[in-house]
Design a binder for this molecule. Structure first.
Ligand SMILES: CC(C)(COP(=O)(O)OP(=O)(O)OC[C@H]1O[C@@H](n2cnc3c(N)ncnc32)[C@H](O)[C@@H]1OP(=O)(O)O)[C@@H](O)C(=O)NCCC(=O)NCCS
Length: 166
């Protein structure tokens, strides 16, 4: 049973934790349909240019988060994924809130994409205050589009940086 109150979000400490995160990503859509390999997913959770976090209850791994704070879309949630058995209990919302706190500490915009074949996540993002801002036609694989979503606290130039609360 997932004890959500006892959940912590932290960096990965061990090889086994990173391995569990890479396996989860690789075996879950959208990354599965993209054809992402174990090595690709391991790279996503170990890449030092990104920030990767895991959600844990004691030592049980429940889900992962990868944030990109570099590049033109500064503040991009590259991956959020919860183990199937732990879904629908608030883990994903906590991971996204953590990502927002981290991103809003340096930028007023959180961006993320979802794939048109993974439409069921759209309602979650709508519910959490994200707005569609564009369609990236056939961005990852032929025949499928990525939908770009944004949650904003205002224009970059007038933004008063927030302190992290998580
Ligand atoms: C997307 C994902 C991370 C969500 O994680 P989760 O732990 O199941 O989500 P939560 O239980 O925290 O629910 C998130 C919020 O969305 C709401 N929600 C969930 N499904 C919803 C729906 N169909 N319509 C409206 N709101 C919905 C929940 O009620 C909750 O909000 P609340 O606490 O204010 O009620 C998870 O489904 C997942 O890992 N999916 C596979 C990987 C994936 O597709 N990742 C996204 C890639 S873009």
């Amino acid at each position: 049973m997932v004890e959500i109150e006892a959940m912590v979000i932290r960096r990965f400490f061990t090889v086994n934790e990173r391995d569990a995160a890479a396996w989860l990503m690789m075996s879950t859509d959208p990354w599965k349909t993209f054809g992402r390999t174990y090595e690709n997913c391991l790279d996503a959770v170990t890449n030092l240019q990104k920030e990767a976090y895991g959600a844990f209850v004691q030592d049980e791994f429940l889900g992962l988060l990868v944030i990109d704070l570099t590049g033109p879309l500064k503040g991009y949630i590259q991956a959020v994924c919860v183990k199937e058995t732990a879904r629908g209990k608030g883990v994903g919302k906590k991971l996204i809130k953590f990502a927002e706190d981290r991103i809003f500490s340096v930028s007023p915009n959180c961006f993320l994409c979802y794939s048109d074949f993974n439409e069921s996540v759209r309602e979650i993002y709508d519910h959490l205050g994200y707005e569609e801002v564009g369609v990236l036609k056939e961005y990852m694989i032929p025949g499928h589009d990525e939908i770009l979503m944004r949650k904003t606290l205002g224009p970059v130039m007038t933004y008063q940086y927030q302190k992290m609360t998580s």
